[in-house]
Design a protein around this ligand. Structure first.
Ligand code: NAD
Length: 542
């Protein structure tokens, strides 16, 4: 519980660095990129504060140069996962009992380190390991610091919410951490999400096991080291790269798993939910399940839309970070009357994008994350080439000779239910359905129902009545909705992020809606003048 004398002010978002030509920050980041690309880091597990090296390792390579190894990562097996559970449970009591302001200080110090001493390290590792450009890595790392600052502040706001008390009585709500440990499993696409999944529960006194994605493990390891440097006690977060199946078998099924914090694909989250359901009688508590999952994010244009912002929204939304943001635009609906202009400008803008090595600062797009992702994108492109109902507006090519490169691709689909219009691809491929201007209502209904997801969506229009109609029609089609803006780029504390339907539990990362899932309220009533009577006054006969 917070001490009433110590309060934290509402934080502001971290200011991004621009990395402009000739700037000192650009020179410093380039030097760190050169250093990291000439190094092979040996990544241990971190269990109970100790580095543990195992014999099973995987090689970490750059997606844009897939023969270039930058790390060898140790993998946990059954023995290490059991050790990690023991280490977490051993650390639990002291962590839970640590005064709130001291726990918070560790995370606030970590936020300063992210944006200070560790900034170049984390940015370079994110660029090289996950194939992000300098700008995409910068906004990712800034978000990690935001998650910590807003997380600590949100916890304070939750703790402040106390019940009413009547005369002679004091009621208190004690927001306890969950009774067990948290299992955090993170995706490859944001270093910030990786970092946030174990730390959000830890802010309110929980202990965790953290399984990072094998394709984001370098940046995630540096973040784990940073937390330890900032004074996170041993065992509070245990860093255990391992296979998903080992995590399921030894950790998710453990009776003391009290919460599951996940971001990744819908299929994995649903399989874990099912496993928890099958094991439900064996848990000490009902585990809290929080998952942010897949998307099929859209841009829907009205015939009054301004063309240039619409085109920029599609190009940035679909191709930044190779379409591998959960919020990336992967389908668009364009009215026939403006399609000729939109098509021309999309082709011109897409042709100007440089695809290549993210260490070259004029690059707009790097490579997709790995061979599996490359094959998925290639499959969609090959099938669209073979389909009579698809026309390539841009791209449609790929090259895996050096890196996992997919050209920024725009497919016009005559069928709004064609596979690339409704399935998540998670690559730089956007599908467009051109609709008859008179069929606005029917096309809004297709956008709402054709895909099972509901993560992000944007509308572009100038006519206010059209905006009202479109917003209403698509109210449940997205957890994050944009009017005349692209569907990516949510900022912590400004556009709380998360989706519903098959896109997740919509617990809005970085807000009190998420943090509150990691506490279990304990209500205490204290009577100052307790009654000694047994009989009630109404029982008197006269
Ligand atoms: P993924 O589901 O393949 O992997 C996510 C994590 O789950 C990884 O650590 C992986 O090793 C692990 N995993 C895989 N199989 C498992 C199993 N059987 N049991 C336990 N863990 C298992 O996802 P990804 O490719 O890393 O990330 C891309 C996906 O994440 C996309 O679907 C994207 O939409 C989604 N995503 C969603 C959000 C959001 O906020 N909604 C944010 C980022 C990413």
């Amino acid at each position: 519980m917070p001490n009433a004398y110590f309060t934290i002010q509402r934080p502001s978002n971290d200011a991004f660095r621009g990395y402009l030509p000739g700037s000192q920050e650009r020179a410093s980041l380039k030097a760190e990129l050169a250093r990291q690309s000439q190094t092979v880091v040996k990544i241990p597990l971190i269990i109970g504060g100790k580095e543990i090296y195992t014999n099973t390792t995987i090689s970490v390579t750059m997606p844009h140069d897939h023969q270039h190894v930058i790390a060898e990562c140790c993998m946990a097996g059954e023995k290490e996962l059991r050790m990690a559970i023991d280490a977490a449970l051993a650390a639990k009591n002291d962590w839970e009992e640590m005064p709130w302001e001291h726990r918070s200080a560790i995370f606030l110090k970590a936020a300063e380190s992210i944006t200070g001493f560790y900034r170049d390290t984390l940015n370079a590792a994110t660029m090289l390991g996950q194939s992000k450009t300098a700008y995409q890595a910068e906004i990712d790392i800034a978000e990690l610091a935001d998650f910590l600052r807003f997380g600590v502040w949100s916890a304070q706001e939750i703790f402040r919410d106390q019940p009413a008390s009547s005369a002679g009585v004091w009621n208190r709500q004690d927001y306890r951490p969950l009774d067990g440990f948290i299992c955090a499993i993170s995706p490859f696409n944001f270093t910030s999400i990786g970092g946030n999944l174990p730390t959000a529960p830890a802010i309110v006194g929980n202990v965790a096991l953290w399984k990072p994605s094998r394709t984001a493990v370098l940046s995630n390891y540096y973040y784990m080291k940073l937390l330890m440097d900032c004074g996170l006690p041993a065992g509070v977060i245990n860093f255990v790269p391992c296979s998903g199946s080992d995590m399921s078998r030894y950790v998710i099924s453990h009776p003391k798993m009290a919460g599951f914090h996940f971001t990744g694909s819908t299929g994995v989250f649903q399989s874990v939910w099912k496993q928890v359901g099958e094991n439900i009688a064996s848990y000490a508590n009902y585990p809290r399940l929080v998952g942010e999952t897949g998307g099929k994010d859209f841009i829907f244009a009205h015939n009054t839309a301004d063309i240039e912002p619409l085109v920029a929204g599609i190009v940035r939304g679909a191709f930044e970070y190779q379409g591998q943001k959960c919020s990336a635009c992967s389908r668009a609906f364009i009215p026939a009357s403006i399609w000729p202009q939109v098509k021309t400008r999309l082709q011109e803008q897409t042709a100007s994008l440089k695809v290549g090595d993210v260490q070259e600062f004029d690059t707009f797009m790097g490579a997709v994350i790995d061979k599996a992702s490359f094959e998925t994108c290639k499959g969609y492109i090959d099938r669209a080439h073979a389909s009579d109902s698809c026309e390539f507006i841009a791209g449609g090519t790929y090259d895996d000779s050096k890196g996992w490169f997919i050209a920024p691709t725009i497919i016009r689909c005559l069928d709004p239910h064609y596979e690339s219009m409704v399935q998540e691809i998670f690559g730089p491929i956007v599908s467009i359905y051109v609709y008859d201007d008179a069929a606005l209502d029917e096309t809004l209904a297709i956008c709402d129902t054709a895909s099972p997801y509901a993560l992000t969506g944007a509308i572009f229009a100038q006519d206010r009545q059209a905006i009202v109609k479109m917003e209403k029609a698509l109210r449940h089609a997205a957890g994050n909705f944009y009017i005349n803006d692209k569907c990516t780029g949510a900022v912590v504390g400004q556009q709380p992020f998360g989706g519903a339907r098959a896109s997740g539990t919509n617990d809005k990362a970085g807000t009190s809606l998420n943090i509150i899932r990691w506490v279990s309220a304990h209500t205490v009533k204290e009577s100052f003048c307790p009654s000694s009577a047994v009989a009630y006054p109404y029982m008197a006969e006269k």
